[in-house]
Write a protein that binds this ligand. Structure first.
Ligand SMILES: [Zn+2]
Length: 149
């Protein structure tokens, strides 16, 4: 009779190690929503912020870590990109068909339509960016998919 090659304890240990997600070394950090995420509390654009191996967005409301903490200051906002995209896709559902499932398509849709994502910890609102300049006449149609009568 052969002794087991791997003891049960070692086997459990190996399983645990395998369950840990592989490090993202060598993989470029990619953010799909850079510049599109607006903090509701202060109106600033949230910074792209890599956290726990995932893309996310952060707003410290204009405060830097150098400034001393004050009571009553709003807490920094942290948002995970995958959760944002899931919310956005749900809100876009019905407006567009192709952006529903693919995160990259969702982000591309937002950029193409100049839709910003205004967030606080609980709510995500899609809205159009205010135009940087006013034109007397709009020649480009803002809604490319509006062909139905
Ligand atoms: Zn803010």
């Amino acid at each position: 009779m052969h002794p087991p090659l791997v003891s049960e304890a070692d086997f459990v240990k190996a399983q645990t190690v395998n369950a840990v997600p592989a490090p993202e070394d060598g993989q470029p950090r990619r953010y799909l929503l850079t510049g599109l995420v607006i903090c509701r509390a202060c109106g600033r654009r949230a910074d792209a912020h890599w956290v726990h191996g995932r893309p996310g967005y952060r707003c410290r409301h204009g405060h830097t870590s150098a400034s001393p903490p004050l009571s009553g200051r709003p807490k920094p906002l942290y948002l995970r990109e995958d959760l944002l995209l899931a919310h956005i896709a749900r809100q876009l559902d019905g407006r567009t068909t192709e952006a529903r499932d693919d995160a990259r398509a969702t982000a591309a849709y937002l950029r193409a339509n100049q839709v910003t994502v205004t967030c606080d910890a609980d709510t995500i609102t899609l809205g159009r960016q205010p135009s940087p300049a006013r034109f007397p006449r709009q020649k480009q149609r803002p809604h490319p998919n509006r062909s139905e009568t």
